[in-house]
Ligand binder design. Structure first.
Ligand SMILES: [Cu+2]
Length: 554
């Protein structure tokens, strides 16, 4: 029997295979209506997803989100004598054309667009944001009332905003239960006392986070500092955010969020869309000059891991050897020690990558950004001579390795998946604990801990800790059954150090299947209640999230 998850994964695999066999550039989805039979024999049907391979590619220019506009100044909550910038951002219903030949799509956005406006901020310069819920009273995506926090007594439309990667007090972190209903707002304080990095803001509401983010409640937040300024990296119109997320669309171009065959419990374990949007557009193009560009990549997808490469139009069908080389200069939490040369970037939901791509070798050519067999976007390189005064310095920012001896505590934490008799996942947990169970992780402020993430499942889970930044120590294959039955960690190979492009400050780590992934985490900044969770949003919404609490030294 084909399980629900296998069906969904195969659907996208099938799309990939179809595309590859066609010409390696097109994406396809089965165009028949999807019908799935549950164990009870009930049949759920979903409208067929639009086959986006029928659309012409590269007819829309890449949109660049507006820069967020300050509304004035307000007293700082930590120092009322100080006036700090104040922003007011409204979550609201928006319509947007994802492609020239499609009807406008309904989204929920921050302000008039999705993605929302990009915050441009500097380290050490705090600001206030009033996050307003101006959404309609009805949700337009399928709620699952059996999920924790989304029960029938909860309002359908709720939102709370988390600034992913921010070192923020707990009252401004967007705790998943701090949601507000339409007509209400929350005033959040962002101290920005941290290194230059691209953070991102998105909905984090308990039980409906996957739907609210899928609807479009997300945007970028850039922090800059003197170290970055001194590097003379490409800037202004040569530095652009590329915010990636995949969606399924109906034939009239509306968001399609798949449901399970059980009408009582429509939750699905992951979604994989065939339409990969960049800054909200499908198959956009960008005119570039033959020079260096800096791209701030964000994987804002619910579940898809991208494998990104830049390929020449002409060689798009050929092997990876034809991938244009590029450099990664930064990761989730800022600059790497040195640029890392790459030909493919793997990036999981929640992660960011700071890239420098040099188009000077591609004068007059067209490069395609691809992920596996999916076409993402096109770069049209002009042929005129240009002067590029920006640099790609050999050294960026030192990232001193935290010695393991600094850790005062090591926690073994499992990533757990539970399936029903048919093999369909029904729930995921962290350390076999539900959201509502008492807090078990209570690191002391100012201390360093090692978190050992033990993943017996068949999936990579991108694990994100709020408040903190951390370093990846290693990953090591292990024998899951021995750990499950006897709690013995029996390793099946040597520990593998993080890849060079992960060897910086991170806030989200890919915990791979059947591996033990160790991270070392200094708990700094604030005491209080935060969360850690899987950034596959379907997992997070179905219990793969736990509170943790930073406590004061005794
Ligand atoms: Cu997960």
């Amino acid at each position: 029997m084909i399980t629900r998850r296998k069906f969904l994964q195969r659907s996208s695999l099938l799309a990939t295979t179809l595309a590859a066999s066609k010409n390696g550039l097109l994406n396809a989805m089965p165009t028949t209506t999807m019908a799935m039979t549950s164990t009870t024999g009930a049949v759920a049907t979903m409208p067929a997803a639009l086959d986006v391979s029928t659309l012409p590619q590269f007819v829309d220019p890449l949109p660049i989100p507006e820069v967020a506009e300050r509304q004035g100044y307000r007293p700082s909550p930590t120092d009322p004598k100080l006036s700090i910038p104040f922003y007011r951002i409204q979550a609201q219903s928006v319509v947007s054309k994802v492609h020239r030949d499609l009807q406008p799509t309904k989204f929920w956005g921050f302000g008039p667009s999705s993605p929302g406006p990009t915050f441009e901020t500097r380290a050490g310069e705090p600001l206030l944001v009033e996050w307003v819920n101006a959404l309609p009273n009805q949700h337009f995506l399928p709620l699952d009332r059996t999920l924790h926090g989304a029960e029938a007594d909860k309002p359908a439309v709720r939102t709370v905003v988390h600034l992913h990667g921010a070192k923020t007090g707990p009252e401004s972190d967007g705790y998943p239960e701090d949601w507000i209903v339409p007509g209400k707002s929350s005033l959040y304080h962002y101290p920005n006392q941290q290194d230059a990095a691209m953070l991102w803001y998105h909905d984090h509401t308990l039980g409906i986070n996957r739907l609210n983010v899928y609807a479009g409640l997300l945007g970028a937040f850039i922090i800059r500092d003197g170290v970055e300024d001194a590097l003379n990296l490409p800037k202004a119109k040569y530095e652009l955010p590329l915010i990636l997320y995949d969606r399924l669309l109906t034939h009239d171009a509306q968001l399609l969020y798949p449901v399970s065959p059980d009408p009582e419990s429509p939750w699905v374990p992951e979604i994989f869309g065939n339409a990969i949007l960049v800054n909200g557009k499908l198959f956009p193009y960008l005119d570039v000059e033959p020079r260096k560009y800096r791209f701030r990549i964000l994987n804002a997808s619910n579940a898809r891991i991208y494998h990104l490469s830049f390929v020449n139009n002409a060689s798009a069908n050929n092997a990876a050897a034809n991938n244009a080389p590029f450099h990664q200069i930064g990761t989730d939490q800022g600059l790497l020690p040195a640029p890392v040369p790459l030909t493919t970037l793997e990036i999981a939901p929640g992660e960011r990558a700071d890239l420098v791509v040099d188009f000077s070798e591609h004068r007059g050519a067209q490069l395609i950004l691809k992920s596996d067999a999916f076409v993402v976007m096109q770069f049209r390189v002009s042929s005129g001579k240009v002067t590029d005064t920006s640099s790609l310095p050999p050294a960026l920012r030192p990232v001193p390795k935290i010695p393991e001896s600094q850790a005062v505590q090591t926690r073994l934490l499992t990533l757990d998946e539970y399936v029903n008799k048919s093999g369909n996942p029904v729930m995921l947990l962290l350390n076999a604990s539900h959201w509502k169970m008492p807090v078990t992780e209570k690191p002391v402020l100012g201390s360093t801990e090692i978190w050992t993430l033990i993943n017996p499942t068949n999936d990579t889970h991108p694990i994100h800790l709020h408040l903190v930044r951390f370093q990846i120590l290693d990953r090591q294959p292990y024998e899951p059954w021995l750990f499950k039955t006897k709690r013995q960690l029996h390793f099946l190979g040597p520990p593998e150090p993080p890849d060079p492009n992960e060897a910086g400050w991170k806030d989200t780590v890919q915990a791979h299947s059947r591996m033990v992934t160790r991270i070392i985490v200094p708990f700094e900044g604030f005491t209080g209640r935060y969360v850690w969770h899987c950034h596959i949003l379907e997992h997070e919404d179905n219990e793969m999230m736990r509170p943790y609490e930073v406590i004061a030294a005794g």
